[in-house]
Each structure stands twice: as C-alpha cells, then as structure tokens.
Design a protein around this ligand. Structure first.
Ligand code: PMP
Length: 393
C-alpha cells in the first residue's frame, strides 16, 4: 500500500539532523560514559508537588474525557500569565490548550496555511520546524539569519523571501532561540512586525523559552502595535516548569481563530487528560519564583561558559542571552560542526549537536545543551575547548 505524500515527505527524504544524538545514545546504552549535551531536557525531574496534585486529581475520579479547548481554570491561568507579562488584554477565549508546544506549532500552522501555501521560518531553526510546516501540507520557505548578524533575522532578508515566491501566509519565529541561545532585540521584532503587517502575514511566535532570558525581560511580539490580531503565540510548560513529559502547551491568539483550532483539536487530539491539566493549574499557581528556580541552573551554567571561554581564543561565543543552550563558533578549528561533533564524541565521549543539524546558517558551530549538573558541565566544556584548541594548533 502507498502512503500519502504528505506523511512520507515530512522529513523531505533527508536526515532529520539527529544522527549524532542517536549515535551517542547507542554508545551510552552500550555502557560508555557519554556526557550528553545534546537535547533540551532538564537534569531535574518534574517537582514532586506537581505530580502529587496530578495523582490526587486522578484518584478523585477526574479521569474521564475533559474539556477539549482546555479546562477553564487552566486557560484562565495561562491568559493571566500572558496578560501580566505582556500587558496585552488576554482572556480564556484566547487560549487553546494543546499536548505540548509541538502540537501548538502544528495547530497554528494548520490555522494559518492552506495546502500549497508558503510558510516562512528562520534558519537556524528548531529541528521540527520544516517538518511541522510540511505536516499541514504547506511549503517551508527559509529565511537565513547569519552568524555575522548574531543570528538576528533582518526585515530586509525576510522581505526578500516574501517577494521571492507566491505570497506566504505565515512566518515562524522563536525567541529566546533554540538552537542559538540568542534573544531577538526590540529592533528585530519591530522589523518582523513591519514585514508581517505590510504583507498580511500571520506571525507564529514560539515562546516556549520565555522564562529563560538572562540579560533583559522577555519580549513578546504580540504586544507590538497592531500585532495581537495577527500573532499566534506558542507556549508550553515543558521548559518553564520542567514538565516535558506531561505534554502541556498552548496557542494564544484571536478568539475566533482559537475557536476554529478547537475544531481541529476535536478531530485530532480530543484534548488533554484532566489530571494533567489540573496539575498544570497547580504548577502555574507556583508563580514566577518557581519559574526562576527552574531556569536558574541554565543561568549559572551560562556564566560557567562565559568564564571558560574567556581563558582561550579559539572558540568564539555567540551572544548567550537565553534558553538552555549555547552556540559556539568552532570555525577556527577548520572543521565543520558535523565533523567537530563526531571527532569530539570519539575523542572525549562528550556529545554536542552540530550546528548543521539546525539548518545551514549555523554551519561551523556546535550547540551545547547546558543540561547536566554544574561540575560535570564545567569539566565537559573545558574538555570541548581543549579539544578545539588542539585542532586549531
Ligand atoms: N519549540 C522549541 C523551540 C523547542 O525547543 C521545543 C522542544 N525542544 C518545542 C517547541 C516543543 O516543546 P514541547 O512540545 O515539549 O512543548
């Protein structure tokens, strides 16, 4: 039997970029002492009180079908959190609860794009982006954000891709950014907003790292003038509350679009388990101090990186402004990110992601996830830098 083109072309026939990760995992499973600085998974587990609340709600019998758009208290908590952070009036009607930010990304593209429409995204990009766009039958169109502009996408470059083909329907952005660790400046956001308004494009703003911003306050482009009506914000408790496995995310957008997306949820996911939604309400009620506590290890480890980088001059930093990753420029070694990561794994048993796994703009870079405890992290990073130093010598 044939399978549909839509499904069989999700990865465009190529590698999904995770070859090194899989090799490191296989070595680890075979007993090798691999230090994994690859995926965006906290080294702590979901806090026990959150799991306790999940358990109690389930035992109390709330184990049946739940509200498909999301239970009102959860939508209200998410709306209040967004309104407080951004100043944009936001109600429970602006929120659809989804199984993770990933399904929020799918839902947002399904709402914005018809099959065959162009959907823009920025390179370097989070690994699933082009596949998510293809999953709704749209055509991914890439805008490069170059290393020399510190991975801030320029309005002129976005505009050029807009004009290079049929009018696109959406632009997907991500700040704080995975994989680069860069936070978009106000100027970058204003340029993006201008292009979206001038060309009548939906902005899909992936803000799943909104609590991991080191030098400034998180900026949401939905708060810029005229943008609330054309922005779909993707959020999640995965990173902010160390709840990756609970699969709680959301889309925030205009009420009529959220209503239409709820039809999609009715015919796909049928909503989230109520005990998980109730635990999400509990988690959000812990407030900003709890979120700061979950983010703190990444802030500390980023300071470790800054300190170690200052002691050498081969590996160059990309501004380390947010999210649980740092991107390091290893071009002085003469190797590609792919070759460097492979050689590093062989020589040191440390696994990092090649920049090339995230598109072409981050070639010659490696992405280091700051997801092991501080002392191990510092030791591993020192080895990465020593390895680069040896290659360059
Ligand atoms: N967006 C970005 C940029 C991510 O890095 C991730 C997960 N690594 C997601 C979305 C999806 O996260 P989740 O589905 O767990 O919310």
């Amino acid at each position: 039997m044939n399978i549909s083109t839509r499904i069989s072309s999700i990865n465009a026939g190529g590698s999904d970029g995770w070859d090194l990760y899989r090799r490191a995992r296989a070595l680890k499973e075979a007993g090798a002492p691999i230090v994994e600085l690859t995926i965006g998974e906290h080294d702590i587990r979901t806090a026990a009180p959150i799991l306790q609340s999940m358990h109690e709600v389930a035992l109390a019998g709330r184990t049946g079908y739940s509200a498909i758009q999301g239970i009102r208290p959860l939508r209200q908590s998410v709306a209040d959190r967004i309104a407080t952070a951004t100043g944009v009036p936001t109600t429970a009607d602006n929120i659809l609860i989804t199984p993770g930010g990933q399904f929020a990304l799918f839902s947002a593209h399904a709402a914005a794009c018809d099959p065959g429409d162009r959907a823009l995204y920025i390179d370097p990009y989070y690994a699933t982006y082009p596949g998510t766009i293809r999953s709704v039958g749209a055509i991914p169109a890439r805008v490069m954000a170059s290393a020399q502009s510190t991975f801030q996408p320029s309005a002129a470059d976005i505009e050029a891709v807009v004009k290079a083909g049929p009018p696109p329907r959406s632009l997907l952005i991500n700040s704080p950014n995975n994989p680069t660790g860069v936070v978009y400046s106000r100027e970058t956001f204003e340029g993006i907003a201008r292009v979206c308004t001038d060309n009548d494009i939906w902005l899909i703003s992936d803000e799943v790292y909104d609590t991991q911003v080191w030098d400034s306050a998180h900026l949401s482009p939905r708060a810029l003038p005229g943008m609330a009506e054309r922005t779909l914000v993707v959020g999640s408790l995965s990173k902010s509350h160390a709840m990756t496995g609970s699969r709680v995310g959301w889309v925030c957008g205009p009420a009529e679009v959220i209503a239409a997306m709820t039809d999609l949820a009715t015919n796909t996911t049928y909503g989230l388990p109520e005990y998980i939604q109730a635990a999400a309400v509990f988690a959000l009620a812990q407030g900003p101090d709890f979120e700061a506590e979950i983010a703190a290890p990444f802030r500390r480890r980023r300071d470790i990186v800054i300190d170690l980088l200052a002691r050498q001059n081969v590996v160059k930093a990309v501004p380390m402004q947010g999210a649980m990753y740092v991107m390091l420029d290893i071009r002085a070694t003469g190797l590609s990110g792919d070759a460097f990561a492979e050689a590093l794994l062989d020589a040191t048993q440390i696994a990092v992601m090649p920049g090339e796994s995230f598109g072409t703009a981050a070639a010659g870079h490696i992405r280091v996830a700051m997801t092991v405890e501080d002392a191990t992290f510092a030791e591993a990073l020192a080895q990465v830098l020593a390895f680069a130093g040896k290659l360059a010598a």
